[in-house]
Every structure is written in structure tokens, then in C-alpha cells.
Design a protein around this ligand. Structure first.
Ligand code: CP
Length: 345
């Protein structure tokens, strides 16, 4: 297989280097697979699912999706049933890791047709975490396509979110989209927030990143990507700290919590800042300001912390649809990466 950059197709590391046309085609194929879910398009193929972090949706949907396509998925959890792994070039491996990604990625490539990786940041030093070095190392050393199951972005979630938005709202261009930060007792990954602003701007939506103050801005890489996407798509992108105006007239509200990059690794200092903003919870009063907006969250979500029961249980909530779509979009993705997508019935 010809190699380009380690985050470029044939891998699926980020949507940013996939065109909107190719992403739209993936979602169309996911809709076809939703209609006709069991098609053995990947008969006798194998996929390695490498989880460095826990999961409910991602693991279940990839395993079940592989089964429905006639493939077999093997789940590996380094440090818990599989060897701990090292990633550094030239690293002296005298710590806990028994295995280097250079061998692991190549060995898995001998067994498998695809490798999917979940590896969250370490939450100590953003200048290191932002390199996304684990999945990039897999992509650099594997000889089969590599799929991001969430690192510092969550591109599979983007696809399922975009599919749900399209199902609910139809034409997305020009619709007002709010990504709202919400409180959570622990600092969380920025991955879904990074992904949300990238995909919503790519879809031509008018996107507002609502957060308590500029210390909750996303990494400039994703702020810049969203700005560039909006320029290309005819949408818009901006940050606001004003709850009322952000919600006014919105067509979609996406909730997510994340830790402040301004305090990254210094979470004791960040905690009082986060604690002071519990009022960012998505509730009925805020949703009443919208244009009958749909609500979503990537899940898992803490009820009555991120959003109220009434919002989660509202007919405008699409959290279950979005989660369900993970199955369909990942099947579309696996078949596309393995070159059989044109055969979907
Ligand atoms: N949204 C999502 O990725 O869910 P899991 O963490 O349960 O996989």
C-alpha cells in the first residue's frame, strides 16, 4: 500500500483531510447499511480493536458491525490482557512496556485487514498530547488502514453526529449550531469538541463555540480548522461566552464538557474555574430560546449535570440516534477503507 502522511487516507485519523464529498458518500453508505444491515461484504476479513481506554458504544458498535459484515474483530487492551506498549523513537524500554508499537503495528498488520485504536490524552502536558503520537505511530508502522476510535479527535463520532443532524434537520447549510461546554466533575478530553467544530463547519453550518471564557477555547489547530472549513463551506465559526445569545434561534445544540487547556495538567487550579460554571447545564429554559433545536451529546453523559432529564428525554433529543449511527457509519467506513463500498445494496 502506498503511504502518504500518517494521518491521511487510506487511514481515518481525522476528517480534516477527507473531502466533504467523501464524507457525505460515507454517510450515504451508512444510510444504505442501516436499511440492509447484514451484508457479508467483509467476509473472512479481520479487524484489531486496540483499546487503551474504556468504551461502551465504540467497542460494541465495531464488534457488532464487523460481525454483521462477516468479519471478525479481536479486542486488545494493552496493559490489561495485552502487553503494555512503548511508542518513542529510540526509547530505552526499561519501564513497564514490554512491546514497542513498531512491532505491534506490524504484527497486527500481518493478522488483520484494519487496525482501530482508542487512546485518550494523558492529561499532563498538552504540548505532548496534541501530537497524537500513539495513533500516528500506529499509522506510520502499520501496513493496513488505521481507524481513530478517539484520541484527541473522535472522527467516527463526527460521522454519526452528521448523519443524525442530516436525518433530523435535512439541509444543514446555514443552520445555527451551538457546541456548548458543560460542567463535569472531572476535566475531560477535548476530542469530541474538536471534532464537533470541524464537522459542523465542514457541513456549512453557522457554528458557535459557547464556553465560560477564553480559557476554554480549543487548541488553535481546531479553532483554525473550523475557521478554514467555514470559509470553504460558506458557514461561519465564532466563540461566545454569552449563553442567551448563543442559544437564541439555534437549530442544533451539542453538549460536551472538556478541561481547560489553559490549566492543562494543573487540574487543582482548574477545578474552581470549572466548578463556577455549573450553570452551563443544558436545560429547558435555554432550549426554549432556540428554534426548536435538536439536542445531542456523544454519550456517556451525566444526567442533570450536563443536561437535565427533561432535555435528554425530550423528543428533540437525538442522543440515541447518534449512538445508533455509530454502527452504520463504522460499517460504511470499514467497507470503504477496504475497497468494497461500491457493493453495498
Ligand atoms: N461516544 C463514545 O465514543 O462512546 P464510548 O466512549 O462508550 O465508546
Amino acid at each position: 500500500m502506498t503511504r502518504t502522511a500518517p494521518d491521511s487516507p487510506p487511514h481515518f485519523i481525522t476528517t480534516q483531510n477527507w473531502s466533504i464529498e467523501n464524507l457525505t458518500t460515507l454517510i450515504d453508505r451508512a444510510r444504505a447499511l442501516r436499511q440492509n444491515p447484514v451484508q457479508h461484504l467483509l467476509k473472512n476479513k479481520t479487524i484489531a480493536l486496540v483499546f487503551f481506554n474504556p468504551s461502551l458504544r465504540t467497542r460494541a458498535s465495531f464488534e457488532i458491525g464487523a460481525f454483521q459484515l462477516g468479519a471478525h474483530a479481536v479486542v486488545l487492551e494493552p496493559g490489561k490482557g495485552a502487553w503494555e506498549m512503548a511508542f518513542g523513537d529510540g526509547e530505552v524500554m526499561d519501564g513497564a512496556a514490554e512491546e514497542h508499537v513498531r512491532e505491534a503495528a506490524r504484527v497486527l498488520s500481518e493478522y488483520c485487514d484494519l487496525i482501530a485504536v482508542r487512546r485518550f490524552p494523558m492529561f499532563e502536558d498538552w504540548s505532548l498530547d496534541r501530537r497524537d503520537h500513539v495513533i500516528r505511530a500506529f499509522a506510520a508502522h502499520a501496513t493496513v488502514p488505521v481507524i481513530n476510535m478517539e484520541t484527541i479527535t473522535h472522527p467516527c463520532q463526527e460521522l454519526s453526529h452528521a448523519m443524525a443532524l442530516g436525518d433530523r434537520l435535512g439541509e444543514l447549510r446555514g443552520k445555527k449550531y451551538v457546541l456548548t461546554w458543560t460542567y463535569h466533575p472531572k476535566p475531560l478530553n477535548t476530542a469530541v469538541a474538536n471534532s464537533a467544530v470541524m464537522i459542523a463547519t465542514k457541513l456549512g453550518m453557522d457554528v458557535t463555540l459557547l464556553c465560560p471564557d477564553e480559557r476554554f477555547a480549543l487548541d488553535e489547530r481546531y479553532m483554525n480548522a473550523a475557521t478554514k472549513n467555514a470559509e470553504l463551506s460558506g458557514g461561519s465559526f465564532g466563540m461566545s461566552h454569552d449563553i442567551e445569545s448563543a442559544y437564541d434561534g439555534a437549530h442544533a445544540v451539542y453538549a460536551k464538557s472538556w478541561g481547560s487547556l489553559a490549566f492543562y495538567g494543573d487540574w487543582e487550579r482548574e477545578k474552581p474555574v470549572r466548578d463556577a460554571n455549573k450553570h452551563f447545564i443544558v436545560d429547558e429554559a435555554k432550549m426554549a430560546r432556540t428554534s426548536d433545536a435538536v439536542f445531542s451529546h456523544c454519550l456517556p453523559a451525566r444526567r442533570n449535570v450536563k443536561a437535565t432529564d427533561a432535555v435528554f428525554d425530550s423528543p428533540r433529543s437525538m442522543v440515541i440516534e447518534e449512538a445508533a449511527n455509530r454502527l452504520h457509519v463504522q460499517k460504511a467506513l470499514m467497507t470503504t477503507l477496504l475497497g468494497v463500498a461500491g457493493e453495498i445494496r
